[in-house]
Design a protein around this ligand. Structure first.
Ligand code: MN
Length: 254
């Protein structure tokens, strides 16, 4: 009986949150990106695609991604670098009168109307929140998607390996600091690209535009302690910790 009540309560909370987000979306004139985030289509995976202005807890321990990402790098990355983006984002939001109860995606889609501080830290916060969720402990065998996402990758790139190689090249060739992305274009095609600094495909100033499914941080702070100048090794090993279930849930929910 108690268990049943718990389940009812959970689905009520979920439903209420969805309604609140839908109202927020209507009031702020969100683009299709955020509108899609609020819709739970029947038979589709339910996943929260809305990003807030504070850090969510890391979904695993600092040592969970060893040996691909070492414990010290994870701890500094999450508690110092990513925490600073979140904190600076909130400062920028106060200064620029952004309603932080609304989705961060709303700000990113109109980032040209805001300061460089908002762009760097709003992007920095969004990108890292996505990054943590899209990784998991090293997989023993092959680590690749299944189902609808795999079919879409095969359709749009020819094969999983071709997608991987294009993505790895984008990550290797990003000069200086930035991110590589697998994203969904408005035409629903999967695409690969990269952005400088903390930009991302949700931003209206970005050369590549769409909904990010998977992003790889290629700032030196993400790998330097363990890999030093060997970015290519970091990228190669990172494929073994990609959480394809999470990437697929974004693909299905969007
Ligand atoms: Mn980073």
């Amino acid at each position: 009986m108690e268990e049943k009540n718990k389940i009812h309560r959970r689905s009520f909370i979920k439903h209420s949150a969805g309604t609140a987000l839908a109202l927020a979306a209507g009031a702020s004139g969100l683009t299709t990106i955020a509108a899609a985030c609020t819709a739970t289509k029947p038979g589709k995976t339910s996943v929260n695609l809305i990003t807030g202005f504070t850090q969510e807890p890391l979904p695993y321990a600092y040592n969970a991604l060893e040996p691909v990402i070492d414990t010290q790098t994870m701890e500094i990355h999450y508690t110092k670098h990513a925490a600073a983006y979140a904190s600076n984002l909130r400062d920028a939001a106060v200064a620029e009168k952004v309603d932080t109860t609304k989705p961060l995606e709303d700000v990113l889609s109109r980032i040209s109307s805001y300061s460089m501080k908002m762009r760097n830290n709003g992007g920095g916060h969004y990108n890292h929140e996505l990054f943590w969720k899209s990784m998991k402990a090293v997989s023993k065998g092959d680590n690749m998607p299944t189902g609808a996402l795999m079919e879409a990758i095969q359709k749009d790139f020819g094969s999983f390996e071709k997608m991987q190689s294009e993505f790895s090249d984008a990550a290797k060739n990003r000069f200086g600091s930035g991110w590589a992305w697998l994203y969904l274009q408005a035409d629903k095609k999967l695409r690969i690209g990269s952005t400088p600094n903390q930009d991302n495909p949700l931003m209206n100033i970005s050369d590549i535009k769409g909904f990010p499914l998977l992003g790889l941080d290629v700032w030196e702070h993400a790998y330097y302690l363990k890999y030093q100048n060997k970015r290519a090794d970091y990228i190669k090993n990172w494929w073994t910790i990609v959480n394809w279930d999470y990437v697929q849930s974004r693909f299905l929910a969007y």
